[in-house]
Design a protein. Structure first.
Length: 93
């Protein structure tokens, strides 16, 4: 599901709200999650999951085209861990 599909589905389920307001709400939520992660904070949405940052150490990689060794610097990677309720809902038989 894309962001625009999410907005469209929310608009269909909430006909009393304007679509432009839903776009602002969804955008604000995503912006707040992004800003919190950029600060190094953890974002937890109970029942859904938690967003956090994992650091990858610097390492020596390999250029797949030439086989030459390349130094890869340290970087931060966003990480998502599903919540218990979401995991249970996905794995119902």
């Amino acid at each position: 599901m894309t962001k625009s599909e999410l907005i469209q589905r929310l608009a269909e389920r909430n006909p009393h709200l304007y679509q432009r307001d839903i776009e602002k709400i969804v955008g604000t939520i995503f912006d707040e999650i992004t800003e919190a992660l950029a600060r190094g904070d953890r974002v937890e949405l109970r029942g859904f999951g938690a967003f956090s940052i994992k650091k990858r150490d610097a390492r020596t990689g390999r250029n797949p085209r030439t086989g030459e060794s390349v130094d890869v610097g340290e970087k931060c990677i966003p990480f998502f861990k599903t919540g218990k309720q979401l995991r249970e809902r996905l794995n119902t038989d």
